[in-house]
Each structure stands twice: as structure tokens, then as C-alpha cells.
Design a binder for this molecule. Structure first.
Ligand code: HEC
Length: 124
């Protein structure tokens, strides 16, 4: 009797588990991609990112697009690297300070950091 009940419910159980797993992964609040972040290790812009941009762009302070978050970066990336460099140099009030607070960074260094951020946010 018991055995019969278990086997009759097993497919339903599996379906529920799959549904719950699908729901959970769909609702994950953290959509930063750890794999693409790891793959960008050693990028020339990484060190300056860690020193100047990390504090806002890792937690997403003030709506900052987070490192590795493909969804948040997609509309930014669409602007193109030149325009992103320009907005980074000028800042975007009120959240993004001019030069991302790295006053000693050259424009070329900022461009490298932006490239690092874009590489980590590629969806694959
Ligand atoms: C004080 C917090 C803070 C720091 C530090 C910071 N950012 Fe940002 N950044 C933001 C916020 C907030 C936004 C989103 C601004 C908006 O779209 O309103 C942003 C947006 C950006 C964008 C997207 C710009 C666009 O045109 O869409 C780039 C690129 C960027 N930051 C690069 C950097 C770089 C490079 C550094 C480090 C050198 C840096 N940020 C440091 C807060 C910060």
C-alpha cells in the first residue's frame, strides 16, 4: 500500500521540484555572472576597477550597473565605448561621479576599466 502511494506520487513530486527550481532561478535577485567575471581575471582594467569603481559598481550603489550584470550593462554597452568614456569622464548626476572618482586616471586608463566592465557583463 505504502509503496504504491509513493510511486504514484513520484512523478508529481519531480514535476513540483522542477517547477520550484525554475521559479527560483528565474527570480534570483543576483544576475551577475561569476563565470564571466572570473574569465576577465588579469584584464588590464581590473586593478583600477578594484581601486576606484568596485565600491559602487559591485553592490550597485545608486543604481550603478553591477559588475557582471549582463542585463544592466546591455543598454549601456549599446551606446558604444566612445560615448561610455565620455559619460564616465563627465559623470552622470547624481550617482556617477566624474571620472568615477579616479582623478589620477588618464582617459586611456578609464577606457580600459570600461572595457573590463563590459567584458565581465557579456552574457557568454
Ligand atoms: C560613487 C559611486 C560610483 C563610483 C565610485 C563609480 N561609479 Fe560608475 N556609475 C555609478 C552610477 C550610480 C551609475 C549609473 C548612472 C546613471 O545611469 O544614472 C554609473 C554608471 C557608470 C557607467 C555607465 C555610463 C553610461 O553612460 O551609461 C560607466 C561606464 C561607469 N559608471 C564607469 C565607472 C568607472 C570606470 C568607475 C571607476 C573609475 C566608476 N564608474 C566609479 C556610480 C559610481
Amino acid at each position: 500500500m505504502r509503496k504504491f502511494k509513493f510511486s504514484a506520487l513520484a512523478p508529481l513530486n519531480m514535476l513540483l521540484t522542477a517547477l520550484i527550481a525554475a521559479l527560483l532561478s528565474g527570480c534570483a535577485p543576483d544576475n551577475s555572472d561569476q563565470a564571466s567575471i572570473a574569465a576577465a581575471n588579469g584584464h588590464p582594467g581590473q586593478a583600477l576597477y578594484q581601486d576606484y569603481c568596485y565600491s559602487c559598481h559591485n553592490p550597485g550603489i545608486g543604481g550603478a550597473p553591477r559588475l557582471g550584470d549582463a542585463e544592466a550593462w546591455a543598454p549601456r554597452a549599446a551606446k558604444g565605448a566612445d560615448l561610455l568614456l565620455q559619460t564616465t569622464i563627465e559623470g552622470i548626476a547624481p550617482g556617477m561621479p566624474p571620472r568615477g572618482l579616479c582623478m589620477s586616471c588618464s582617459d586611456a586608463e578609464l577606457a580600459q576599466v570600461i572595457d573590463y566592465m563590459l567584458v565581465t557583463a557579456k552574457s557568454e
